[in-house]
Design a binder for this molecule. Sequence first.
Ligand code: OOG
Ligand code: MG
Length: 255
Amino acid sequence: MSLLSGFAERLDQAASQAKATAQISLESPLSESEAYEVQALSLAERYARGEHLVGLKLGFTSKAKMEQMGVHDMIWGRLTDQMYLDGGGTLDMDKFIHPRVEPEICFRVAKDLKWPMSREELTEYFDGVAPALEVIDSRYENFKFSLEDVIADNCSSAAFAVGPWMSPHTLLANLQIDLVVDGEVVQSGNSDAILGDPWESALAAARLAHQYGQPVLAGSYIMAGAATSAVYLQKGQSIEGKVAGLGTIGFHTKA
Ligand code: OOG
Ligand code: MG
C-alpha cells in the first residue's frame, strides 16, 4: 500500500470508528496536492461502501475560522449523503469523536458547474440559498492539525443540515448569523465575513472543483464556510443556526 492510501485508510477508519488518530503531518510532511489526494482516496472508501457525493464544502473562508484553527488558507472538502441530517432531526453523538457545530449558508446547484464563470453568471447556476448548520469532527487528537492534515481529513466534514430554500436572488450581504444553543446565542457573525460576500464562496467552489477535476452536478450542495468560531456539541442539546433574512435551521443532539 502506498503512503497516501495508508493515510486515507487510517483517516477513513478513524471517522467510521469515531476514534481519533495522530496528525499525519507529524509522521510525514505532505504537500497540499498530496493531501487532496489522500482526501480523494479516503472518500473512495466511502463510495465503495455505498455513500454518494452530494456536494462540496469550503472551509476557512472567514478570518474568525482561520484564527480559531491557526491556519492561513481556504480549503475544500466533499459532502456525502450519509452526512446529511434532516432539519429538526437528531444527531447521534456516539458516531463522532469531538463534534463541533457552526452556522453556515448553503447554496444549491441548478446546473452542472463550469469554470471559468463570472460573478454575474452565478445566479444562473444556483437555484437556492439556505441557512445551514455544519458539524465538523476532526479525526485528529485534540482537534489539532496543519492545513495539509485537515485537507487530508476531508476538512473535518461530519454532518450538515440545511434550512428552507430561498431564491438565489436573495441578497446575502451584511446578514447577521447566529448560533443558538438551548435558546442562548453563543456565536454571532456577519455574512460579510465570508470572503466579503458568501457568493464569493460559491465562485471559489466552482474554481477549486475545476482545478481538482471534481465535477459539481445539478442538485449539489455547496457550503460557504462559517463566519464564526465553531463550538463543541454536548449530548441533549437543541441547536439552531439563524441567518437574518434567510431563516432558521435546527437539530437536536441525542441525550
Ligand atoms: C475545518 C473545517 C473548516 C469552515 O467552515 O471554515 C470549516 C475545521 O475547522 O475543523 O468547515
Ligand atoms: Mg464549515
